[in-house]
Design a protein around this ligand. Structure first.
Ligand code: V47
Length: 382
């Protein structure tokens, strides 16, 4: 599969050698992988690394996403989810009770949840004490349920609103029950493009610094990259290298999630040549290059909501080892045109994994494997 002569003909001999020896790839190697015409050759290298790390395991989590609001002070041009204010059409804000009702309904089945995922827009009026209260109430309902909540962008917003440091915000949220943070808001780190896409959002430097602070406080986090918009391959490689550099320093990134830009209801319009069917292959290549460059981040997620189920299955052969989970309710991707379902059952996720040729492994928010014998019937929708 990793035939030396074939990789030599592609000009990828030294990359192949480094991958087989477990050595770090360079920025230039990343560019070469994006330029290689044969994406299956790139995918085979990524698959080799993925199998070395995880064998034939493909992970999933029984989780519930809750978006508390889509009212957001950051006017990111790509975002179809956000609204300016609560009186705008389509705007919503959940109350503490709304959130707890959703959690009760999801967690009440015999299956229970292994992850509660809470994120939202940067609302102008919600104080940090409201979020602390929500976390405490959720923890009181199910003390064993890991809560993954708030991106570095939300953490920076809370810090600005309260006039306290991001480290203090993180310390308070940790005390209220936060164990893990999702990786949203990283978008693309290139400063020039970031200024066009999301001028009011936390800067790249701030996003990375806050992730590092969380790691120092013992809060694990994920990381993402929004791609398939106006960025170049060099910007993607730069983004991945900056994540890798941060991980060398702070070590708390658990999973990388490449997010393909979904175009519906977005103010960001793309040139015609960016919108063709080649996007499918580009998604797989991006998953593979991420697996190859991010040698210090254990997991790569094929997020089935944004990729679609078929592409997420294929991505398991291009370096991905995780599918996220049951989700139940998703708004950010669906408001941007995602055609995937709102949620999946455990049986559907496990079938999806087995049909792709992998072994399903149920995990919790921090990627600890959960013995399946402990889990009741997979038919039950959580
Ligand atoms: O930060 C927004 C992206 C992210 C669009 O950490 C879009 O486990 C595509 O980060 N097309 C939120 N993407 C989702 C996210 C996430 C999801 C699942 C799991 C985890 C995790 C993290 O979605 C945003 C932004 O980068 N996004 N709009 C769009 N039109």
């Amino acid at each position: 599969m990793l035939d030396a002569a074939y990789y030599a003909a592609l000009g990828l001999s030294s990359i192949r050698d480094k991958v087989l020896a477990g050595e770090r790839l360079s920025y230039e190697d990343g560019l070469a992988l994006f330029a290689c015409p044969d994406i299956t050759a790139v995918g085979a290298l990524a698959h080799h690394v993925r199998c070395r790390l995880h064998g034939d395991a493909a992970f999933y989590v029984v989780n519930r996403q809750i978006n508390y609001t889509n009212v957001c002070v950051n006017g990111c041009t790509f975002c179809a989810f956000r609204r300016d204010s609560e009186d705008q059409e389509g705007a919503f804000r959940l109350s503490r009770e709304d959130i707890l009702d959703r959690l009760r309904a999801a967690d009440a089945t015999p299956l229970h949840l292994d992850e509660l995922h809470i994120v939202g827009g940067c609302h102008p009026d919600l104080p940090l004490s409201w979020f602390e209260d929500v976390l405490r109430a959720a923890r009181a309902l199910d003390p064993s349920l890991p809560i993954k909540a708030f991106t570095p962008v939300e953490i920076e917003h809370f810090s600005r609103q309260e006039g306290i440091s991001t480290r203090e915000v993180l310390t308070r949220l940790k005390a209220a029950g936060l164990v893990m943070m999702p990786g949203g808001g990283a978008e693309i780190f290139n400063e020039e493009l970031r200024a066009r896409l999301c001028p009011h959002k936390a800067t790249s430097e701030a996003w990375l610094r806050i992730s590092g602070e969380a790691h120092e406080l013992g809060i694990l986090t994920n990381c993402t990259m929004l791609f398939g918009h106006l960025e170049t391959p060099a910007m993607r490689v730069d983004h991945l290298c900056r994540l890798r550099e941060q991980q060398d320093k702070s070590g708390g990134f658990t999973c990388f999630i490449p997010l393909p830009f979904l175009t519906r209801n977005s103010r960001l319009t793309l040139p015609e040549e960016k919108l063709g069917p080649q996007r499918g292959l580009d998604e797989l290549r991006t998953v593979a290059v991420a697996r190859l460059l991010l040698d210090n981040i254990p997991h790569i997620k094929a997020y089935w909501i944004m990729l679609g189920v078929k592409q997420a299955q294929t991505a398991l052969w291009y370096g991905a080892d995780d599918l996220d989970g049951t989700i139940i309710e998703e708004r950010i991707g669906h408001m941007a045109g995602a055609t995937s379902a709102q949620g999946m059952t455990i049986r559907e996720l496990e079938d999806m994994i087995r049909q792709s040729g992998f072994r399903p492994v149920r995990r919790n928010a921090t990627f600890a494997a959960i013995p399946t014998a402990a889990a009741p019937s997979p038919e039950v929708r959580s």
